[in-house]
Design a protein around this ligand. Structure first.
Ligand SMILES: [Zn+2]
Length: 198
């Protein structure tokens, strides 16, 4: 959850997540995480949950909104092939958002068999346990060497970001909703040659 200054250009345009001096709860600039029973927030960033929405469901509104926005901005077309890396909340929500947006084939990659199984129950077409399977080979085999239309990184792992950049087709799109500080080894030259949109 981002807290914008309320005065800069992104904030005034409603994109307070892009505020150059933003705080993020649990992430940056001194705003501790939300495992405390009570947390102070600016009133402009507070929303009343509608009647009938549980606190548990309400806790998923922000991460769900994040992945829905990422998929909308990527322009996912009906029938598109999608790769989602990360089997945590972001990855599982992104897989659901991709399916709900009409993706024709969704592969979910992660490291936790129980979470990957949840992905299957949610309707993903293929899961890949990257601790024992080669994600890039599987993506290329399943797409007959073409690559996916959209690759969305949701784990925060640098290698997963590489897999997304390498797994997108010529002219495909790759987006990151994960937060990683580890460097990507994929070269900008390779992205340029493939026309990857980031
Ligand atoms: Zn601002």
């Amino acid at each position: 959850m981002s807290i914008g200054c309320g005065h800069c250009e992104p904030c005034l345009n409603g994109s307070y997540n892009l505020c150059v001096t933003k705080q993020e709860v649990g992430l940056c600039r001194g705003k501790d995480g939300a495992f405390a029973q009570y947390l102070t927030m600016p009133a402009r960033h507070c929303y009343r949950l509608p009647e009938g929405v549980s606190l548990e469901a309400g806790a998923l509104v922000e991460p769900a909104a994040t992945v829905v926005k990422a998929i909308r901005k990527a322009g996912l077309e009906p029938g598109a092939l999608a790769l989602i890396t990360g089997d945590g909340p972001i990855g599982l929500l992104a897989a659901q958002a991709a399916l709900a947006s009409g993706a024709g084939w969704v592969v979910l990659a992660g490291t936790e068999p129980t979470k990957l199984e949840i992905g299957k129950q949610l309707g993903v077409h293929r899961t890949v346990d990257v601790t024992r399977e080669n994600l890039h080979e599987i993506v290329m085999d399943e797409t007959r060497g073409r690559g996916v239309d959209l690759a969305l990184e949701g784990s925060g792992n640098g290698q997963a970001l590489n897999a997304c950049l390498d797994g997108a087709r010529q002219g495909g799109r790759s987006r990151s909703s994960g937060s990683t500080r580890s460097p990507s080894r994929s070269s900008t030259w390779a992205w340029r040659l493939r026309g990857t949109s980031l």
